[in-house]
Write a protein that binds this ligand. Structure first.
Ligand code: ATP
Ligand code: MG
Length: 260
């Protein structure tokens, strides 16, 4: 059974086809990476999958249901969670409150499986913070966290909704090598009940986590296959991996935003 099917998905911004007839399927429990040069359409693809943007064409099917026309909160209630390329935190609130707020009703609908009683909800918040290693920091104000910790907090917020699939947009961007390593360990330890779809420029994370890789290039799928197949694909090496090696010798924060 497929958990997520993207079928000829399209998004145009004026004359630009940011996502151009993209199709792929993901199996439950899979770890899938989406890679591609800056501007390839990766974040736009995520926005189409999570409902932040309406597609110009195509369909998104999640857990057997056509969700193409559903708003983001209804997709979340079906078990889809995501993190953003930029931090999306309440910086003036505590770590605990940031995760706690993930359980607040959206348009009268409580997030799925967040627990109906207060003690269940507290347990979910605690479990999520423990999983990302932030439980000890629960009373810290989000603003005072390191950049890496803020990304971990975003992950805890997503986990608190107990998703079936988790979409991560460049979770390692801006992290130190030590923070990146920690993140990788954390993602590798996630239960297989959570399917992972991850956009990432850091090839150590991609190859350390993903079994399957989809390569986007100018909005189109350039390659799709197992990590080994994609790693050895000459076209991929030419248009992407070669570029990445060069970028990786520069500071990461600059490399991630080079052409945008
Ligand atoms: N709201 C928008 N309006 C117009 N053009 C947009 C919009 N969002 C994205 N684009 C353009 O669509 C293309 C794909 O952008 P997108 O952000 O999806 O790329 P990306 O693969 O995520 O890049 P990066 O690796 O830099 O994050 C780019 O050319 C971008 O400038
Ligand atoms: Mg992006």
């Amino acid at each position: 059974m497929t958990i997520l099917n993207v079928d000829r998905l399209e998004k145009s911004f004026g004359a630009l086809m940011a996502v151009n007839r993209v199709s792929f399927s993901i199996e439950p429990g899979e770890r899938r990476a989406i890679i591609g040069p800056n501007g390839a359409g990766k974040t736009t693809l995520f926005n189409l999958i999570s409902g932040e943007l309406d597609p110009s064409g195509g369909r998104v099917v999640f857990v057997g249901q056509d969700i193409t026309k559903l708003p983001p909160n209804e997709r979340a209630n079906l078990g889809m969670a995501r993190t953003f390329q930029r931090n999306n935190l309440f910086l003036g609130l505590s770590v605990w409150e940031n995760v706690r707020l993930a359980g607040h009703p959206v348009k009268g609908v409580s997030p799925r499986a967040f627990g109906s009683t207060q003690s269940q909800q507290i347990q979910v918040v605690k479990d999520s913070l423990e999983r990302v290693g932030l439980y000890e920091r629960r009373d810290a104000i989000a603003r005072t966290l390191s950049y890496g910790e803020q990304r971990q907090l975003e992950l805890a917020i997503a986990l608190a909704t107990q998703p079936k699939i988790l979409l991560l947009d460049e979770p390692a961007a801006g992290m130190s090598p030590a923070e990146t390593n920690r993140l990788l360990g954390l993602l590798r330890d996630m239960p297989r009940s959570i399917t992972l779809l991850i956009i990432e420029h850091d090839m150590d994370v991609v190859f350390g986590l993903a079994e399957h890789v989809t390569v986007l290039h100018y909005g189109e799928v350039l390659a799709n296959g197992t990590t080994e197949q994609v790693r050895n694909n000459p076209r991929v090496m030419e248009v992407y991996l070669g570029v990445t090696e060069a970028q990786r010798s520069k500071p990461r924060v600059n490399a991630a935003k080079e052409t945008t």
